[in-house]
Design a protein around this ligand. Structure first.
Ligand code: FAD
Length: 490
């Protein structure tokens, strides 16, 4: 039987393991942490359960597909609901709106609360669908680094519609052209942050993202986000995949054009040479740390990274009827916020605050009468800033803003606190500079400047995960596993 080693049990590593097991490989997954999932994991403090990283679940069929190709019924392992409401938005002057999943209701709400004609919103969502359909076939399902990708019917259809992608305008300019009210511009600019980009730099192509929420839908796994990881690990184990936790790979030995040996930091019962090696470790660190003597693809490794985040996990001993699963408290100066994040590389004093509360849908995530708040502010990449000082300041800024909007002193209700910052994101998952989504998409060539899903130098080495093609976020990380393993023979 052919053997495959996977470095990292992030979602893309797990998806790769499932696909390779289905191809008949004997698969071993090596994970540095004591738990699987990387960013997509969970923890509990004082009766409050928190999803550690991702909170928004889109394109669930990509998870289901992994069960289906394994001959299993997805519903027997993993269940989720479609949300009626994508998000609740708050501005400091008291304006609030609910982003209903239903497009007409959403457009109507925007017209009522912000005076923007609903036809503008509907036209935007339609345009978003067109962009998505062009991009999906061209960029998301295939390697961009194989000639065959460019010579097939889908690709030619894509070329004919390329102009619809709006790659030569920024997202902000396109949105300012479409909408009259600056708050509607702000609301739609926010989608740039879904892949850690800056709406004032990223091309308007990224206006594909609202399509996911309003046309296809936003979802919530009934057992929390971590169930994506847990149910897929269960499936992988049933297929015979072996997981080795607390096992870090520290180096790859190579000979001519093959990886010949994996070096571990711990004594491991597993063999150290494999037919195929798949790295789910950030590609920058795969080269810098595991292959320091190999030729480094500098241009790609030095691309600017997507933003990072500062997260406060608060157990709050009070319920707030005005909050939903996803909530945004907008900055009064969005441009200044992004200028701070991407140019000055620091936090902004009036940040946009995102609060995710899974206990709204899964009451046992918090003690009776309480709520589990996951509070995220966008943060710059880790470049050695004084994080202790920044975190303390940000905590005050967040408390002030949220307390103002909710009319109570939130600090009085915080029962427990954990913090994740760009340093710990880097430390826990090996993401270069703590980036959430690999490279940023702040220029129109970004799609072509992500590393391929295979190595040109080493014939048995493949790359998956948020740092390589097609990009970050759960759906794209899962797709990277499909693209990489489709290149591997059974
Ligand atoms: P990662 O999760 O990065 O995991 C890599 C794994 O490899 C880790 O477990 C690490 O320990 C292991 N590893 C690395 N090096 C080694 C080694 N040498 N030896 C052994 N093991 C190693 N996405 C969404 O879709 N929706 C969201 O709402 C969303 N929000 C996010 C919020 C936050 C705070 C964060 C951090 C991310 C968010 N994302 C979101 C992005 C999403 O989490 C990631 O894109 C995705 O989970 C990345 O998966 P991955 O497979 O690349 O692996």
């Amino acid at each position: 039987k052919k053997t495959a080693a996977i470095i990292g049990a992030g979602i893309a590593g797990i998806a790769s393991a499932i696909r390779l097991a289905n191809k008949g490989y004997d698969v071993h997954v090596f994970e540095a942490n004591s738990y699987p999932g990387g960013k997509l994991s969970s923890f509990e403090v004082k009766g409050y359960r928190f999803d550690a990283g991702p909170s928004l679940f889109t394109l669930p069929h990509l998870v289901e597909e992994l069960f289906e190709i394994s001959g299993k019924n997805p519903k027997a392992y993993f269940d989720y609901i479609r949300l009626d409401e994508a998000c609740r938005y708050f501005w400091d002057d008291g304006v609030r709106l609910a982003a209903h999943a239903n497009q007409r209701a959403f457009a109507q709400e925007i017209e009522e609360k912000l005076g923007e004609p609903s036809v503008h919103v509907l036209a935007h969502l339609k345009d978003s669908a067109v962009k998505y359909n062009v991009t999906e076939k061209l960029f998301l399902h295939r390697s961009l680094h194989k000639i065959s990708t460019y010579f097939n019917r889908d690709a030619f259809k894509g070329y004919a519609n390329m102009h619809r992608l709006d790659a030569f305008t920024t997202m902000n300019s396109a949105n300012e052209r479409r909408f009259q009210n600056p708050r509607v511009v702000q609301l739609f600019n926010r989608y740039a942050t879904y892949n850690g980009s800056d709406p004032y730099q990223t091309p308007a192509t990224m206006n594909i993202i609202p399509h996911l929420e309003y046309n296809i839908g936003a979802f919530f796994p009934k057992k929390g986000m971590v169930d994506i990881t847990e149910s897929l690990v269960k499936l992988a184990e049933e297929l015979g995949v072996k997981f080795y936790y607390n096992t870090k790979i520290t180096k790859l030995e190579t000979q001519e054009n093959r990886v010949t040996k994996l070096i571990f930091d711990a004594n491991t019962p597993a063999p150290d040479s494999y037919d195929i090696v798949v790295s789910n470790m950030d590609v920058v660190n795969t080269f810098r740390k595991l292959l320091p003597e190999a030729k480094q693809p500098e241009r790609i490794l030095r691309q600017p990274k997507s933003s990072s985040a500062l997260i406060f996990y608060w157990g709050v001993k009070k319920s707030f009827a005005e909050l939903g699963l996803h909530n945004i408290f907008f900055s009064n100066d969005y441009r200044a916020e992004f200028e701070h994040l991407f140019q000055q590389k620091t936090l902004y004093s009036d940040p946009t605050v995102y609060i995710n509360i899974t206990s709204k849908h899964k009451p046992d995530d918090a003690p009776q009468g309480g709520e589990n708040w996951f509070i995220l502010v966008n943060a710059p990449n880790n470049e050695g800033q004084d994080w202790e000082a920044l975190i303390e300041q940000s905590r005050q800024d967040v408390l002030r803003k949220v307390s103002h909007n909710l009319g109570v002193n939130i600090a009085d209700f915080i029962e427990c606190e954990e913090i994740l910052d760009p340093r710990s994101i880097e430390f826990k998952t090996s993401s270069s500079q703590g980036a959430l989504y690999g490279n940023s998409s702040n220029n129109r060539f970004a799609a072509f400047l992500r590393h391929a899903n295979f190595s040109r130098e080493f014939k048995n080495l493949y790359f998956v995960g948020g740092s390589v093609h097609p990009g970050g976020g759960i759906p794209l990380a899962i797709l990277s596993a499909k693209i990489a393993t489709d290149l591997i023979d059974s």
